[in-house]
Design a protein around this ligand. Structure first.
Ligand SMILES: [Zn+2]
Length: 197
């Protein structure tokens, strides 16, 4: 049985790592505020998570891709674009767009939501499992903006008979916001709470 810093009456500075007695509120070495646990962490996680989910809806409902030929112009949502790419035989590009703009974002929502719930309920997952999931979510979060770039670059590389471009409208803005919000949700976790009883 390991003794945690909190059980030992200590609090660690999250910025510089110096350990202080629990009643010290400011790190005298680096000036960072000290708190044994961040009491609002889970609330902030949920707030960003919900915000991210809300803006992910218009990202999928409004047209993301515009296809133009000489005589017509058509608009497609993310999913519609994937289907259109498939019908053109661009299976690989369709797959990459699907993974970057649907599979990864949805997977992130599920992972962060599951992690927040299991931190709340305590019994859903082992502590080590939660710790690993947190590491994965943090790692993905660092690369989150790649979703946006992949979609933007691929859409411009797609070789339709026509010219396909990203519609710089509601869908693209909401998608970028959704990525930013889920990143903030992942960052709001206080991983120390994972190890509390
Ligand atoms: Zn410090």
């Amino acid at each position: 049985m390991t003794v945690t810093a909190r059980q030992a009456g200590l609090v660690a500075c999250t910025r510089c790592g110096r350990v202080w007695p629990a009643d010290v509120h400011t790190c005298a070495r680096c000036g960072a505020p000290l708190s044994s646990r961040d009491p609002g962490a889970l609330q902030r996680v949920w707030a960003w998570w919900i915000a991210g989910l809300v803006v992910y809806i218009p990202a999928n409902v409004y047209p993301m891709l515009i296809t133009r030929t000489l005589n017509y112009s058509s608009e497609a949502t993310i999913l519609g674009g994937v289907i259109e790419l498939l019908s053109h035989g661009d299976v690989l590009v369709a797959l990459v767009v699907f993974v970057a703009s649907i599979l990864i974002p949805v997977g992130k929502f599920i992972a962060i939501g599951f992690l927040a719930l299991s931190v709340e309920k305590r019994r859903w997952m082992s502590e080590h499992g939660q710790h690993r999931l947190h590491a994965v979510v943090e790692f993905i979060g660092r690369w989150s903006m790649i979703d946006v770039f992949v979609v933007a670059i691929l859409a411009s590389l797609v070789r339709f008979d026509a010219v396909a471009t990203i519609n710089p409208g509601i869908a693209a803005v909401s998608f970028a916001l959704s990525v930013a919000f889920t990143m903030l949700a992942a960052q709001s976790f206080d991983p120390r709470t994972i190890w509390d009883d």
